[in-house]
Design a binder for this molecule. Structure first.
Ligand code: ATP
Ligand code: MG
Length: 245
């Protein structure tokens, strides 16, 4: 039976700014199994990126608990959080977030430094990952010398550098045309299917969301309960997909 990899228990995130408070997440309870492929949809400002940041160990919840692979990541110090993030999480962002002055190989190799991988090994692994992404002729190109789709494939290679359990992709196709976006989704689907990664994507695009086997809607900081998600998530305990694995 599939194992729960990520569990959120009544998670709140309240951003405080001067006198005002923003309730970005208001009591989210969700489970993701190992090897899930899930999409998160919802209106702008509904809390999707906030949720990804919390699951990705980039920030702490204000209230509630988050467990990642059995570790309670809702109460950890920044340094412990950073260690877990470096080992378990790979991020892919809408704006690619590559370092402009570095080549594709250097961008992919960079995060491996923090996991103590030696230079020769870093470069070899970065090249291997880029070749896997179909970029063998772009290894020494800088981001400005690549198309959006190529840059996003570099970003995916970078996310895979430390062999993370979880890939979090926040609007990974948002800056790409539709056919390039579908190519990127095919790559993410491959990571889920062949490499057994847990993949969670945020998207506004229902066609992109269709790649995922589990669809979550966030509205106003809460999981929107249509009939189906009610069955799946809270009351019976969400246990992933009808996947053949
Ligand atoms: N660092 C922050 N400080 C204060 N408020 C924030 C911060 N980050 C997000 N917010 C607010 O929290 C709410 C949720 O933001 P979030 O970025 O999670 O939304 P989103 O669903 O990702 O939206 P979009 O689809 O536009 O990316 C918004 O009202 C936003 O203004
Ligand atoms: Mg967002």
């Amino acid at each position: 039976m599939a194992r729960t990899l990520i569990e959120l228990q009544d998670v709140w995130k309240i951003y405080r700014m001067d006198q005002t408070e923003v309730n970005a997440l208001r009591g989210i309870s969700l489970k993701f199994n190992e090897g899930d492929f899930a999409s998160i949809q919802g209106p702008s400002g509904s809390g999707k990126s906030t949720l990804m940041h919390l699951v990705g160990c980039l920030d702490l919840p204000t209230k509630g608990r988050i467990f990642l692979d059995g570790h309670d990541i809702s109460r950890m110090s920044e340094s412990t959080l950073a260690q877990i993030r470096g080992k378990k999480i790979g991020f892919v962002f809408q704006a690619f977030n590559l370092i402009p002055s570095l080549s594709a190989v250097e961008n992919v190799a960079l995060p491996m430094i923090f996991n103590g991988i030696q230079k020769d090994k870093r470069d070899a692994l970065a090249k291997e990952l880029l070749v896997d992404m179909g970029l063998k002729d772009r290894l020494y190109h800088k981001p400005s010398q690549m198309s959006g789709g190529e840059q996003q494939r570099v970003a995916i290679a970078r996310a895979l550098g430390n062999d993370p359990d979880v890939i979090l992709a926040d609007e990974p196709t948002g800056n790409l045309d539709s056919s390039t976006g579908h190519h990127i989704m095919d790559i993410l689907a491959h990571l889920y299917k062949e490499h057994k990664k847990t993949v969670i994507i945020v998207t506004h695009d229902p066609y992109i969301a269709n790649y995922a086997h589990t669809k979550i809607n966030i509205v106003d900081g809460q999981v929107a309960h249509d009939h189906e998600s009610e069955n799946r998530f809270l009351w019976k305990g969400y246990n992933g997909l009808n996947k053949k694995k």
